[in-house]
Design a protein around this ligand. Sequence first.
Ligand code: URP
Ligand code: ZN
Ligand code: ZN
Length: 462
Amino acid sequence: MTRTLITGGLVVTAAEEMPADVLIENGTVLALGLPGRHQWAAERVFDASGKYVIPGGVDVHTHMELPFGGTYASDTFETGTRAAAWGGTTTIVDFAVQSKDASLRAGLDAWHAKADGRCAIDYGLHMIMSDVNESTLREMPGLIGEGVTSFKLFMAYPGVFYSDDGQILRAMQQAAETGALIMMHAENGPAIDVLVEQALARGETDPRHHGEVRKALLEAEATHRAVQLARVAGAPLYVVHVSAREALAELAAARDLGLPVFGETCPQYLFLSTDNLAEPDFEGAKYVCSTPLRPKDHQAALWRGLRTDDLQVVSTDHCPFCFKGQKELGRGDFSKIPNGLPGVENRMDLLHQAVVDGHLTRRRWIDIACAAPARMFGLYPRKGTLAPGSDADVVIYDPHATHTLSAATHHMNVDYSAYEGRTVTGRVETVLSRGEVVLDRGHYLGRPGHGAFLPRSTCQYL
Ligand code: URP
Ligand code: ZN
Ligand code: ZN
């Protein structure tokens, strides 16, 4: 029996803030107690005076080793989960990918093989359905039984991941019957492809045109359509990486009707903009992702949506591609730039900066980064909070320390930082995963293989 005690900190969860000591035994939280009002003894004691004691972050949207545009996302499960831990995230949910003409089973097995024995922190898997058909629809209940309870569909990328409206409706009907959650990449792909072709024909090849052709209205239109299809099917819906205020308005309208419609946004949409996409000398390629970055004036709507609960989750959509050799594939043709940004290490700090800047309260920070994603994807209260019985995934967070985000110091396997040179207030000091110390005051103590697969229950908001 190993006991760890964290003393003197301010425990912050989505529900409350209180000065409390945290007693951990055999990998789970045993008790929280008023400082000085207990006689707990432990082999290991952390003094968290002046610090926050928070649940480890839960990032429910990452893509380690994702095949995209003829290359692969540059973080493996080993490097990506190590970087996540450095940033105070102790759970990820990544996406297994069904290849066209293959089964969901084959895709899931392949992703299990990539992750098994390599992760520093616990992980779950969603399933990307690239081909909705009779056979793959029949496979869905089996996957749910194995704890893969959420399925991502794409209204974008015709010929690759794209599903048409009929396929989407069928998958949603199956979700309604089985309790699965459909995650939607909501952009009108066929219309975008027309605009891409026309832009390239006009000689508009720079990264900034990626943002121009992937219009906010085409995100909003697809979001509206996804909501209506989910209504027809009687299924819940989770819209991923919302970036446009017009798309958010569709979610808000659906939620005002009482529909089980949920949404996430990502730090890049809150902190970056089309100004970054327009950086000269092809530097804008570093910011190419889909949905794309929007003009700065969309950010206020996203922050408001997070405060009003029209958006429930902030995940990273961590999908890193190196500038050299990967983003460069799209020099002279923005449509060939691999889509995705690194960020799994930065999310907790950037969202704490939002607390410092007055966009969010401390409890809302923990809600959108830990508790709500855990609830959304069937992991609560094992993950996402600090309560007796929860996994001891704990972060001691120094709210006053400052540091500067940079590729020179980050741990993600990518040669640039999307937030290069940005100084943030707040820093992870110590990270525990199921009671084991993964990180302490700048020393990494984790190991590949500590992280275990998390079979998940269905969405806990339904
Ligand atoms: O640009 C992005 N978001 N890349 C990852 C794939 C996806 O659509 O989430
Ligand atoms: Zn997507
Ligand atoms: Zn993604």
